[in-house]
Design a protein around this ligand. Structure first.
Ligand SMILES: *Cc1c(COP(=O)(O)O)cnc(C)c1O
Length: 373
C-alpha cells in the first residue's frame, strides 16, 4: 500500500457555522425531525434557487424522487421515462411504486437526456396505448440538461418532468438555477455532493400544494384529527433539525464550493486537454455547471483503466462514469431507447478527484500521474 496521503473523489467540506447551528438545536432541545433549522434551511434553499420555489427538506434525494413520483400520480403498472446515464437512485423509486422505468439515452452536448430519443419513446408508448406518467431528467455531474428542449416536449405531450438536480445545486441554465425547471426538482445533500448534511435531500417546486403534500406524506400521512388517523400510506422522510443545522451552514458557503470545484476543473482542463485523446465536456453557451465532478474521456476502456489503476497505486480515488441503467442487471428487462452514447461514455470516461477541499498540490499530483502516463 502506498504511504502517500489519500486523495478522495469528493469528500465533505464543512464551513464555519455548521456546528453553531447544530449546537443551537441541542441548546433549545429541537432534536427532532422539525424545528427552526429545518425552516431556516428550507428558506435558505428557496432564496438561493429563487424563481418562486418552495422547498421541503427530506431525509434523502432518493426519498424526494419517490415522493415526487407519487405526487405526480405514478402508481402500479405505470411507465416512467428515465435518463439511462445516471446514478441508480434516479430510477429505483420508480420500482418502489410498482411502476416500470423506460430508459432513454443521452446526447453528446451535455451527456444528458436526448430530446430526440425522448420524443421517439413517447410516440412509441402512446402508439402502444401506454402514455408515460412522468419524465426523470438528470443534470449529470452538474451539467444542465437541454432545459428548453425537454420542457417543450413535456408541454407538447403534457407529461410532467422530475428534475433530478442531486448533482447540480449551484448550476444554472440561462442564468436560472437548476431544480427550478421541472414540475418538481430534487436536491441531494449526501456526503459526496457539492454540499452535504451527511445525508439528506429536498424537493423544490413552484407548486405550494406539492410541497404541502410532500410534507404530509413524509411525516406518516396523518389526517387532521386529535388521534392518529390515516387514510394514506405514509413515509418517514422528513429531515432532522440536527442535520438541517449542518445544511444552514453549508448554504452559506455554497458559492465558494462551486467556485472551488470549477477551479479544479479548470486546472485539469488547462493541463490535460492538450494530451492527444483526452477530452472534456465543454459548457454550451448559456450553460453553467457546478463541475461537481471533473470528468475526462480517454481514447479507450483499456486506457481509462490504466489511468484509474495508476492513480489507485498512488492512493488516489477516481471512478468510471456512471454505468447506464439499461446495462444494469436489475434493469436488464426494461425497455430502452438507446443509440450507444452512454455506453461509449461509460467505456471511456473517468471522474477525477473533484472535492472543493482539494489543495492545488493534490490536483497537481493527479495531473502529473496522468501526464507521465
Ligand atoms: C446522489 C444522487 C441521487 C440520490 O440522492 P441521495 O440523497 O443520495 O438519496 C439521485 N440522483 C442522482 C443523479 C444522484 O447523484
Amino acid at each position: 500500500m502506498s504511504t502517500l496521503s489519500k486523495i478522495w473523489l469528493s469528500s465533505p467540506h464543512m464551513g464555519d457555522n455548521e456546528q453553531k447551528y447544530v449546537k443551537e438545536a441541542f441548546d433549545t432541545n429541537w432534536v427532532a425531525p422539525l424545528g427552526p433549522n429545518v425552516d431556516a434551511f428550507e428558506a435558505a434553499i428557496a432564496t438561493y434557487i429563487e424563481n418562486d420555489t418552495h422547498v421541503a427538506a427530506l431525509t434523502s434525494g432518493t426519498g424526494a424522487i419517490h415522493l415526487a413520483l407519487e405526487i405526480l400520480g405514478v402508481g402500479h403498472g405505470d411507465e416512467v421515462l428515465c435518463q439511462s446515464f445516471t446514478f441508480s437512485a434516479s430510477a429505483n423509486p420508480i420500482m418502489y411504486l410498482g411502476a416500470t422505468p423506460i430508459f432513454i439515452d443521452s446526447e453528446r452536448d451535455t451527456w444528458n437526456l436526448s430530446p430526440i430519443l425522448l420524443e421517439k419513446a413517447i410516440k412509441d408508448r402512446i402508439a402502444h396505448g401506454k402514455k408515460p406518467k412522468a419524465i426523470v431528467a438528470v443534470h449529470l455531474y452538474g451539467m444542465p440538461y437541454k432545459v428548453k428542449e425537454i420542457a417543450e416536449i413535456s408541454k407538447k405531450y403534457d407529461i410532467p418532468v422530475i428534475e433530478d438536480s442531486a448533482e447540480a445545486l449551484g448550476s444554472t441554465h440561462e442564468g436560472l438555477k437548476c431544480s427550478s425547471f421541472g414540475t418538481i426538482g430534487v436536491l441531494s445533500f449526501n456526503g459526496n455532493k457539492i454540499i452535504t448534511t451527511s445525508g439528506g435531500g429536498a424537493m423544490v417546486t413552484k407548486h405550494l400544494d406539492y410541497k404541502k403534500k410532500a410534507i404530509f406524506l413524509a411525516t406518516q400521512a396523518r389526517d387532521d384529527a386529535p388521534h392518529y388517523q390515516h387514510s394514506h400510506v405514509g413515509y418517514n422522510y422528513r429531515m432532522s433539525n440536527i442535520l438541517a443545522g449542518i445544511g444552514r451552514g453549508q448554504m452559506e458557503v455554497l458559492d465558494d464550493r462551486v467556485a472551488a470545484r470549477r477551479a479544479n476543473h479548470q486546472m485539469y482542463f488547462d493541463e490535460l486537454s492538450g494530451i492527444a485523446g483526452i477530452e472534456f465536456l465543454p459548457e454550451p453557451k448559456g450553460y453553467f455547471s457546478n463541475r461537481w465532478l471533473s470528468c475526462i474521456l480517454t481514447p479507450s476502456f483499456e486506457y481509462r483503466e490504466k489511468i484509474r489503476m495508476a492513480l489507485l497505486a498512488q492512493n488516489i480515488e477516481s471512478r468510471p462514469l456512471w454505468k447506464p441503467m439499461h446495462l444494469q442487471p436489475i434493469f436488464s428487462k426494461c425497455l430502452a431507447f438507446t443509440d450507444g452514447t452512454s455506453e461509449d461514455l461509460f467505456d471511456r470516461g473517468l471522474c477525477l478527484p473533484s472535492g472543493s477541499n482539494l489543495s492545488k498540490e493534490d490536483v497537481n499530483r493527479v495531473i502529473s500521474i496522468i501526464k507521465n502516463f
